[in-house]
Design a protein around this ligand. Structure first.
Ligand code: ATP
Length: 409
């Protein structure tokens, strides 16, 4: 009953903190300056510049690419011409030099820049390549039947036969014969498809901001673009930043790399399409893509970007291609922001909280560093003696003894 009575009487009391007014020009100016600084930072930088009054949504996108360009190759002018150099005299169109398998994931694509061709391979028996570690032999006993070398081209037949250069003997293998030659042109500092720097790629990118609905959907091709424009435009960061057609050489150059060098052994580049959209302004006018290019791998003399494919002519005949090239990864990033009361109120709330920092700092200066700190501390803090030293109070009731100011009415 006592407890309930106290609670009820407590409801009739209003408590408010007492504020200490301390006259000091220095502290007053420090306090107001800090408050202005915090206010400018939160309102100017946080709310206005960083648009923290907006709710955001990350971009969702789809990308597909199409490469165009034709090049005619031969080994004329290469330092070391191979025996069968006519093999490399050929025309290359997109179907020959782009590959869906390693390149089309994430809208990426792959362009062949260098190649070793081994034509007319058939399944049969032939000497293992001299370049394969462990292939050289002196007698049949060096080539156990059924054995294969870790980086070899086939399975040992059990015979040691005259090798590719007629001087060294190598183990005979069941394989696609003749085995791939290490064509000397690949060691030139010139790529076979050097002309591929003039190829172009059309990057088609559709985006949307799911949270804000169907009306905020668009593509990286501007609304006023027509076929004539598409056929003649080439992306340029300053003169034509919204053209979706990119010259391969320009991409490599924008990533601060030399095309002739990377074309020899291959490389990986990233094309980033960045969308930063303010939906409080005109969507089509102010929501436009920005493109960034960078090299993802680092130049390496040991590892190169290559893979093998084959063209099968009939059941037992194929042409083998060891293909070096540049892989392009397309990455779409970005977000859209739109006005919303919730983030605005949250930021204003944190502003009020942070303003308290100014008072905390001034308090610290006054109580720890100022010359009147003792006087300040005396006024600010009420020293309470420990319970066993407090003056004897006959009235042991636990009634609240704090003074209560009565209102006029
Ligand atoms: N890499 C590119 N460089 C320049 N123009 C391109 C490129 N890729 C496509 N285009 C052109 O852009 C337009 C739209 O391309 P899209 O692939 O949608 O149409 P298409 O008729 O199938 O193209 P195409 O048959 O020429 O490959 C076409 O006129 C096409 O020729």
């Amino acid at each position: 009953m006592e407890c309930i009575r106290k609670t009820i009487s407590g409801l009739a009391i209003f408590e408010t903190p007492k504020i200490l007014r301390f006259k000091s020009k220095r502290i007053g100016i420090t306090n107001i300056s800090l408050q202005i600084l915090i206010l400018t930072y939160i309102v100017g930088y946080g709310i206005v510049w960083e648009k923290r009054y907006q709710t955001t949504c990350p971009v969702t996108s789809a990308v597909i690419t199409k490469v165009k360009g034709v090049v005619y190759t031969n080994l004329t002018g290469h330092q070391q011409e191979v025996g069968n150099s006519s093999l490399y005299e050929r025309i290359w169109d997109p179907t020959d030099y782009t590959f869906p398998t390693p390149g089309h994931e994430n809208g990426g694509f792959f362009i062949t820049t260098n190649v070793i061709i081994t034509p007319n391979q058939t399944r049969g028996k032939c000497p293992e390549s001299l370049n394969v570690e462990g292939a050289v032999c002196n007698a049949d006993s060096d080539c156990p039947i059924g054995h294969s070398l870790p980086v070899g081209n086939g399975v040992f037949t059990g015979k040691c036969v005259t090798g590719q250069n007629e001087i060294n003997k190598t183990c005979e293998i069941y394989a696609w014969c003749p085995v791939e030659l290490d064509d000397p042109h690949i060691h030139d500092q010139r790529a076979l498809l050097e002309g591929s720097e003039n190829f172009t790629v059309f990057i088609k990118n559709w985006i949307e901001f799911v949270k804000f609905g169907e009306e905020y959907k668009r593509k990286n091709v501007l609304e006023n673009a027509n076929v004539t424009y598409i056929h003649k435009c080439i992306y340029n960061a300053t003169t034509d930043p919204y053209c979706p057609i990119f010259r391969i050489g320009d991409i490599v150059k924008a990533a601060r790399e030399n095309f002739s060098e990377v074309a020899v052994r291959g490389a990986v580049f990233e094309i980033e399409i960045y969308w930063d959209c303010n939906l409080d302004r005109d969507f089509l006018e102010h929501c436009r893509p920005q493109y960034y290019f960078r090299r993802m791998d680092s130049p390496d003399s040991l590892i190169s970007w290559n893979f093998r494919t084959a063209e099968y002519h009939e059941e037992n005949r194929r042409t083998l291609f060891k293909t070096y090239g540049i892989k392009f990864i397309v990455k779409v990033t970005g977000q859209a922001g739109k006005f919303n009361f919730v983030p605005l109120l949250i930021n204003l709330g944190s502003l009020l909280g942070l303003l308290g920092l100014a008072a905390m700092f001034c308090n610290f200066l006054l109580s720890s560093c100022g010359k009147n700190r003792h006087y300040y501390n005396e006024q600010k803090y009420l020293a309470v003696p420990p319970p066993d030293e407090r003056p004897n109070d006959d009235d042991d009731s636990s009634e609240d003894k704090s003074p209560i100011l009565a209102d006029q009415d």
